[in-house]
Design a protein around this ligand. Structure first.
Ligand SMILES: [Zn+2]
Length: 367
């Protein structure tokens, strides 16, 4: 079993600027201490943790070339890329909604997409059983011509289009379990029947006006987008049930050549940008679920691309649990919150309510 891990130190050097500068000044609002919530620390500490425990020795560690201009142009219009490159060369700034970048932002974003592309290519070429791309900046919110939610290029969209052009695969399924809606990936493939996009997210967290269950695709893509919005407070059981009852059957029916996970960790119980109760064990078990499914339907071809997750203390342990499961390694990193978060789960009434929500969704999918 070979699990690839694609990373580059320069991805940790992407600067998002000072978030405090975007908050209203005056009144009773005190500025945040520190910068943008999307900081390098969560990702860098994941890389640090797998080195400290030794898990890195059980992974195939790789760098990657940046995504090429041709790669980017398959998803993003030239006008957007030109504006992004010019502002990046001029020292950085803001082109979308709360997604600032510093000098070199363009090159680092292309490198982040390149990591996702390299991970996907390695798996599709059979060089690795599965692979993880520690991409930063993240990608799943980025629309073709509008960056938002800390995402400057749509990493997964770029990787998919590059793989299709190279003739490596025809049908792609993307499962996004970041706590926020994968609105960018949805937009890139909304009218396409050859890419299934599934997003499990906190209902109306971010963006607040996308991610509805009713949004199933358009034109030829009708029926090939599935949103599973969950109420705040959904925990371990609820996530596994959403996977079992809705996400996994949809992917199985689609029968893709490869399964790609938009792997965010902001559904974790202490994330500052989510209100969910998932634990490191939740992410490990969801990884087991998608590995089992991938074995059944696409010879195990599975690629994870890192998205959000803003707890500097917990993201590394959630990521470690995912990578341990992907690789089958026995190198463990005991969850420091294992005595707390599993006890702070919703009660039976909440789970019963969720069951009725899933019943309704299942019923609507069958009509
Ligand atoms: Zn997120």
């Amino acid at each position: 079993m070979t699990t690839g891990f694609f990373w580059d130190e320069r991805c940790f050097w992407h600067g998002g600027g000072n978030y405090a500068g975007m908050l209203p000044v005056g009144g009773l609002v005190q500025p945040l201490d520190g910068g943008l919530p999307e900081s390098p620390e969560t990702k860098r500490r994941l890389k640090n943790l797998i080195e400290v425990t030794g898990l890195a020795r059980d992974l195939a560690m790789h760098g990657a070339a940046p995504a090429s201009t041709d790669d980017l142009l398959r998803v993003h219009p030239a006008q957007y890329l030109d504006r992004f490159k010019a502002l990046s060369d001029a020292g950085g700034g803001e082109l979308g909604r709360r997604t600032p970048f510093g000098p070199g932002g363009y090159e680092i974003a292309a490198l982040s997409a390149g990591l996702a592309k390299a991970a996907l290519f390695a798996v599709l070429k059979g060089e690795m059983d599965n692979a993880y791309a520690l991409s930063r900046p993240p990608g799943h919110h980025c629309l073709p011509d509008f960056p938002n939610g800390f995402c400057l290029l749509n990493n997964i969209g770029i990787a998919i289009e590059a793989a299709r052009t190279a003739g490596l695969a025809q049908r792609f399924a993307v499962l996004d379990w970041d706590v926020h809606h994968g609105n960018g990936t949805e937009a890139v493939f909304y009218d396409r029947a050859d890419v299934l996009t599934v997003s499990i997210h906190q209902d109306r967290n971010y963006p607040m006006d996308t991610g509805a269950f009713a949004d199933r695709g358009a034109g030829a893509g009708m029926g090939f987008n599935l949103n599973i919005p969950l109420p705040p407070g959904t925990g371990h059981k609820g996530y596994l049930a959403a996977m079992d009852r809705l996400a996994l059957p949809a992917i199985r029916a689609f029968a893709p050549d490869v399964l790609i996970i938009a792997c965010g960790y902001d559904a974790a119980a202490n994330d500052p940008l989510g209100r969910m109760l998932a634990t490191a064990e939740t992410f490990a078990q969801m990884t087991g679920q998608v590995m089992d499914l991938a074995r059944d339907i696409c010879d195990g071809r599975l690629v994870m691309v890192h998205e959000g997750g803003y707890s500097e203390t917990y993201v590394p342990f959630c990521g470690h649990a995912v990578l341990q499961r992907m690789s089958g390694s026995d190198v463990d990193a005991p969850d420091p919150f294992s005595g707390v978060f599993p006890l702070r789960q919703p009660d039976a009434r909440f789970d019963a309510y969720l069951d009725t929500v899933f019943d309704q969704m299942t019923g609507r999918l069958q009509t």
